[in-house]
Design a protein around this ligand. Structure first.
Ligand code: Z5A
Length: 215
């Protein structure tokens, strides 16, 4: 763990590339916790509060000029700072579980590995404006072509980041796997290629094991 970050055991994050199935898995994790009587807040990044969702619109809108990598990174962290202060920390402080579809690891993978920004700069922002890290991160790992094929099935126009080339997404995937190896205590890498019910069941059993280890 980088110095200066507090581990939040009830914060669970889902990471992975486009179409990996994070939203689908999030619903299964939420249902498993609710069935056990837990309060659950499910959320996403960029976004999660009204202001952070406005920043998300700016980030993903393909109609304005190309954002510089630094602009993209700082907007991601502006959104995250608001999300942590207004939504995540209050929920954790009252004892709820928080499941976030993406968190800081996405900035390391997309803006670090993908855009080539310095990892130390991202870690500095992480310490200064986030201050916390999840207890458990599930990385849904999937080949780029497979993820694109699933995303196409949703029939939505690709957003600004989704319009990047495959080489960019290969670097992002490598960035996630490198983060998982570096932070192996909190990461579980899940093969996201099987059918949705199998991926969801694997994720729920990783959560069950994590909770048993916590007890
Ligand atoms: N981003 C960044 O650059 N830096 C940051 O710090 C952060 C984010 C926080 C928006 O994120 C973009 O922001 C994202 C990274 C960047 N850009 N990209 N690429 P997002 O999370 O909103 O975007 P996304 O990753 O593209 O979301 P997604 O495509 O919706 O992925 P998903 O949530 O992992 O997939 P899903 O919605 O659960 O599933 C996609 C489809 O596949 C859907 O039709 C499902 O029914 C289907 N599906 C799901 N699982 C399966 C299985 N197992 N088999 C078959 N079909 C499946």
């Amino acid at each position: 763990m980088p110095a200066g970050l507090t581990i939040e055991p009830r914060l669970i994050t889902l990471e992975g590339g486009e179409g990996a199935g994070k939203s689908t898995v999030l619903a299964a994790l939420r249902d498993a916790l609710l069935a056990d009587g837990c309060e659950v807040v499910s959320t996403r990044e960029p976004g999660g509060t009204p202001l952070a969702e406005r920043i998300r619109e700016l980030l993903l809108d393909p109609s304005h000029e190309a954002a510089s990598p630094e602009t993209e990174l700082l907007l991601m962290f502006a959104s995250r700072a608001q999300h942590v202060a207004e939504r995540i920390l209050p929920a954790l402080r009252r004892g709820a579980w928080v499941i976030s579809d993406r968190f800081t690891d996405s900035s390391h993978a997309y803006q670090g590995a993908g855009r080539g920004l310095d990892g130390a700069f991202i870690e500095d922002l992480e310490r200064r404006v986030v201050g916390i890290e999840p207890g458990l991160t599930l990385l849904l790992d999937l080949g780029i072509a497979h993820g694109r094929e699933r995303a196409r099935g949703r029939d939505l126009l690709p957003d600004r980041i989704e319009r990047e080339r495959d080489e960019f997404f290969e670097r992002v995937r490598g960035g996630f796997l490198a983060r998982a190896a570096e932070h192996s205590g909190r990461f579980r890498v899940i093969d996201a290629s099987p059918v949705a019910s199998v991926v969801a069941a694997t994720a729920v059993s990783a959560l069950t094991q994590y909770r048993e280890d916590m007890a």
